[in-house]
Design a binder for this molecule. Sequence first.
Ligand SMILES: Nc1ncnc2c1ncn2[C@@H]1O[C@H](COP(=O)(O)OP(=O)(O)O)[C@@H](O)[C@H]1O
Ligand SMILES: [Mg+2]
Length: 312
Amino acid sequence: MPVARTRSAALVGVAGHTVEVEADVGRGLVGTHFIGLLDTAISEARDRVRSALLNSRFDWPDARVTVSLFPASLPKKGSSFDLAIAMAVLGAAGLVPPERIAEPFFLGELGLDGRVRPVRGALPAALAAVAAGARTMVVPAANAAEAALVPELAVLPVASLGELVEILREGEARARAPYFDPMELAVPAEEKTLDLADVAGQALGRCALEICAAGGHNLWFLGPPGTGKTMLAERLTTIIPPLDREQALEVTAIHSIAGTLPADRPLLARPPFVAPHHTASAAAVIGGGTGQIRPGAVSLAHASTSLCILTS
Ligand SMILES: Nc1ncnc2c1ncn2[C@@H]1O[C@H](COP(=O)(O)OP(=O)(O)O)[C@@H](O)[C@H]1O
Ligand SMILES: [Mg+2]
């Protein structure tokens, strides 16, 4: 079968969009060509995927290989398409059954030795996969917990290209349904270390904090250095209610894209506390980036009342 098709997801802002990856292994001058509005990181995928395949003891097809990422109009950044590209090429070359790679979403960057590296934005990608009707998503092992936050999706974590090809060839149904309740996992004990009880005195300050938390108001701290402004502000997140499920997914998606999601804590269930330095640039506070956005402090504090611009 000279043409194989599979799917992956591209990030536009904080939302994932389906990208179809097609590979054609056919006659013509031997070479590899990528088409479909790609940035340099994806053009480099050619060398990464080729090395990963060879080092996983597969042959790179001795033919004209054309890889197309569709829709061509969607800008595609980063290296998260590597795994999908490798699968499409292997499918087109007849090294994995093409029908087994058509349905799942594949997400992951490939190392030159064939290992599957974690990527940013696994959660928005998983949401896009479900929206596109996929039932399975193959992700780097380190992103598995994050992708498994989407209950409709069976997540297959893989550590290397060789392992994935073996699974696809055997047709082994190793995809995991969500293997934990993410809401339960979200609040480990050590996260409770901050406590309003740590503050000595400051009755007025604590009262202001409580009024602010109850009414969702803004709060302005003014005072000389060392009087406990930061200390009080940090503790505001401990007395406002935890995020509901929808908010938690939104906040987690933003932190997933920013790359600030702790690996051991896939779901952020507490309102985040963000304290940008008073010399922070406008881009650091409101976000920026060309093509692929970098969420700023305001976005990182999404659903939280406690974004504090501190003067000291
Ligand atoms: N009311 C307080 N109770 C307990 N510790 C305090 C109090 N006020 C200040 N501190 C101590 O002083 C340190 C500095 O406070 P900080 O919140 O950084 O001050 P600011 O932000 O106003 O400059 C805190 O880490 C804490 O150890
Ligand atoms: Mg301070």
